[in-house]
Design a protein around this ligand. Structure first.
Ligand SMILES: [Zn+2]
Length: 692
């Protein structure tokens, strides 16, 4: 899944699916929360009232903040998102460590979280066990004697991938259970390519000196890992392992295919595997993978399935066994002796990623605990930091946003009447979840114990695998959360047709559950509406109301949309932060249209939330003023010149100042701040762009 700049996973990616039921959004207005007018001091204090809003709205709203925030050492950028991520990470660390230290009831969520973390940080115990935890599985690899037993073993390595964009480096195929591309009624196994330690096929096939050098270092790393595990002839084994991976790399689908979801829509019947991809004993494979009874699959990269299967038929079985031994150790490296972890961080951290410092064990343990018990940590997080009232308030805002959207879509001129109908149906079906799930994952059958880091990790993997297999027999669940609520982010799932905004993204300065409503709508509301827009723009227009892959715009809609959007591109082209560098309107157009739509819709929603009453004045600022000021504050950011230039040349999101300048297109902003034709940001009414 992908994360957009201001929220997170989704915007950039069309690699998703979709479908949906429709529930909470239209659930009535009982939960609407009145404006509680407190906590506006910080927002006011960040502004610089000596700047004229009509001349420099970003500077007006953020002047004090910009004057007093400096770049943390070693960072090139600092903004709200980074600040929220740091703050949330500290909170999560504290919660996990408290759970580890507390005497909590056995079997409780806190016990599992605490013991997972504690076992992970018990390095003496991990060291004492050495490679013993791998003995059984190493034995199974050694027992591989022919293509059938090799196929059966490979089947046991088919474990879950979190989503469609994760490169799985440890096993040849990954599986994700989700509805079909064209079937919103059934969950299907989606199979992905994988199994490359260097993750990208180009790193094996590129003939540049850098790539050649990387492969030499990788082979040395493979040899070192095998040697640490006590295997003789590690250099020979490493040579054949890298050779096998290079053959797998040749079967990988081209990187360019990843952006085209239609290329991934390859339904295969069970019999297709035998017919199209000979080599693997597919009966043995699917039997041990737990998928023997299934008849329908979605194969994202057929070339990889065909190619890997052929290699199972053609390559030396001993080479496969060394490959499997190496990846088994790599997969569990974090819960194996320190020598293996150090070897891994040297190679992957320094050589592959260019990072310098070895990872901190506590950080690794926090990440691992979040990874294995994400919704357990999420329960602890929301109990302390995101109440039921906060959720109800965010839900009320989401409902207002949807109502506002309905009005916008109904009046769109660039959509034909039949397209508008489809858009309204898709909006009605859109599931928007905020804060945290109504139903958490039930971890009661997952046993987590102190002093068994390896066992805990393995049992957690097995728990999710069983859960995935069970899902294959269950109806599609459009409200299954694809991200942890303790991560500041949002996810658009085009399939199912759903969007998720985590508790951690719904915190100040974006959203204050006990704070000023106008500011919440201007900041978090505009951000949520931005993401909702993507379900209806050129990212979402290939997925229908139930998340099926189906284009619902006509060619005429598209050309009318582009005619409207072009005006915004021209406006953006005119922003030149450096004498030699201006924004490229086309490059940032999709995100800027979403910013514009987000702001228009959030403002409509804010007005709706007042139910015809006037908002109160706080510290001399009207609700309208606080709404727009919060929007401009959403985008504040300090960054050095190199980072700013890089953003302008490569990013699909404009720099914060120009996102803030979206206000120039909104009539209400002119009224709120009495912006006059003589002001620098003034646009004549007919030069203001709408699109939505
Ligand atoms: Zn976006």
């Amino acid at each position: 899944m992908s994360q957009s700049e201001e929220v997170s996973m989704a915007s950039g990616s069309t690699n998703r699916f979709f479908a949906s039921l429709w529930t909470c959004l239209l659930a009535g207005s009982l939960l609407l929360v009145n404006c509680i007018l407190v906590r506006v001091e910080a927002a006011k204090g960040d502004a610089n009232p000596s700047v004229k809003p009509g001349d420099d709205f970003y500077g007006y709203a953020n002047g004090e903040w910009l004057a007093h925030v400096s770049l943390p050492a070693g960072q090139h950028t600092y903004d709200n998102r980074i600040m929220m991520a740091e703050k949330t990470r500290d909170r999560v660390r504290e919660l996990i460590q408290e759970s580890a230290a507390a005497h909590v009831p056995s079997g409780s969520v806190a016990q599992k979280v605490g013991d997972y973390y504690a076992s992970f940080t018990n390095e003496a115990d991990i060291e004492a066990k050495g490679f013993a935890p791998l003995t059984d599985e190493m034995g199974r690899i050694s027992a591989i004697a022919n293509r059938s037993t090799l196929s059966a073993y490979l089947g046991t390595t088919l474990i879950r991938e979190v989503d469609g964009l994760t490169a799985n480096s440890d096993h040849v195929f990954g599986v994700w259970v989700n509805q079909g591309f064209e079937d919103a009624d059934h969950n299907l196994p989606h199979l992905w390519q994988g199994g490359l330690g260097l993750t990208e096929s180009g790193r094996y096939l590129d003939s540049s000196p850098q790539a050649v050098e990387l492969r030499v270092k990788y082979q040395a790393h493979v040899a070192a890992v095998l040697r640490l595990a006590g295997l003789a002839d590690s250099d020979t084994r490493a040579t054949s392992t890298v050779r096998l991976e290079t053959s797998i790399a040749r079967a990988f689908a081209p990187d360019s295919d990843a952006a085209d979801v239609f290329k991934q829509n390859n339904p295969w019947k069970r019999g297709d595997f035998d017919r199209k991809a000979p080599g693997i004993d597919w009966d043995a494979y699917f039997q041990s993978a737990g998928l023997a009874k299934l008849s329908s699959f979605l194969v994202w990269q057929p070339s990889a399935v065909i190619g890997v299967s052929a290699l199972v038929g053609s390559e030396d079985i001993e080479a496969w066994k060394d490959y499997l031994r190496f990846h088994l150790i790599e997969h569990y490296a974090q819960v194996l002796p320190k020598a293996v972890r150090t070897e891994g961080s040297n190679f992957y951290g320094e050589i592959l990623s260019g990072g310098a410092e070895a990872p901190d064990r506590v950080d690794e343990a926090i990440d691992a605990t979040n990874g294995a018990l994400g919704e357990a940590v999420g329960q602890l997080y929301t109990e302390r930091y995101f109440s039921g009232d906060a959720k109800r308030r965010a839900q009320a805002m989401a409902r207002d946003l949807v109502t506002a959207y309905r009005g916008r879509i109904a009046n769109l001129t660039w959509m034909s009447p039949s397209t508008r109908e489809k858009a309204l149906a898709k909006l009605a079906a859109l599931e928007i979840d905020v804060g945290y799930p109504d139903t958490w994952i039930d971890y009661s059958t997952l046993k987590i114990v102190p002093n068994d880091a390896f066992g805990n990790m393995k049992r957690a993997e097995g728990f999710y695998h069983e859960r995935d297999l069970a899902k294959l027999n269950q109806p599609v669940n459009p409200v299954e959360w694809p991200l942890n609520v303790q991560v500041p982010g949002a996810v658009i799932m085009f399939s199912p047709n759903a969007e998720f905004f985590s508790a951690a993204i719904l915190q100040p300065p974006y959203f204050d559950a006990e704070g000023d409503s106008a500011s919440n709508y201007g900041s978090a509301g505009a951000g949520m509406a931005h993401e909702i827009t993507h379900s209806f723009d050129e990212l979402g227009n290939i997925y229908d109301a139930r998340g099926r892959l189906r284009m619902w715009w006509s060619d005429e809609d598209r050309s009318r949309f582009h005619r409207e959007a072009e005006k915004l591109a021209v406006q953006l082209d005119g922003y030149c932060p450096f004498a030699d560098l201006c924004l490229k309107g086309k490059q940032v157009l999709g995100e800027s249209v979403a910013d514009l739509a987000g702001l228009l819709v959030a403002h409509d929603a804010y007005v709706l939330s007042l139910k015809g009453k006037a908002d109160v004045v706080i510290d001399g600022f009207t609700g309208e003023q606080r709404f727009f000021r919060a929007f401009a504050q959403r985008w504040r950011r300090v960054q050095n010149e190199t980072a700013l230039r890089k953003q302008i040349t490569t990013d699909t999101h404009p720099p914060g100042e120009y996102r803030s300048d979206t206000v120039r297109n909104i009539d209400a902003w002119y009224k709120a701040f009495k912006v006059a034709p003589s002001d620098k940001l003034y646009l004549k009414p007919d030069a203001r762009v709408r699109v939505w």
